[in-house]
Design a protein around this ligand. Sequence first.
Ligand SMILES: [Fe+2]
Length: 203
Amino acid sequence: MTTDPTDTSDATGAAEPLLPARGINHLALVCSDMAETVAFYEGLLGFPLVKTVELPAGMGQHFFFDIGGGDQLAFFWFPGAPAPVPGISAPAARPDIGDLVSAVGSMNHVAFDVPADQIDAIRTRLIEAGIECSELVYHDDSEWTVSKTLHEGCFVASVYFFGPDGVLLELASWTRDLRPDDVRHAPATAADAAAYLSAAAGG
Ligand SMILES: [Fe+2]
């Protein structure tokens, strides 16, 4: 038995991850109107409101919705919260329409996992409820990373729509298992930004 506190290897010598991955406990967002948020996430989407917290000293409220799989989506309502800034706090547009960029450290979008055989029907029900949705697209490894039709190179099916306060949401269904060759790009650094911006400008 080791006495080195930095040695996390088990009896077989395999290192245990520092953080064992077991899902998202909760993702906390900020809303401008908790009643509107409850009406959308519980009333329309059907995520049960399972916990409400009244914050002390007039700070506001913190509500939790059960989004399945043991995961929760939480919202803060702060009475003095700054207004959303499209393109900074969240994308200014759905990715099929405009710019997906949002600020460093922002919550860009959250994708709810849905069964692959139901994603189109859920999209139709959202549209019937008055929610504007993207087309159903399949992400693949082509240059533009999307396909309108499902082929064996696709890995996830997606539909994008906005919730209250410009929060970008997605319905997502994996279309195949991920493989070792799905990880093949070197991670960019801040030093790569200029070359990427030049390429994006057509340079
Ligand atoms: Fe996504």
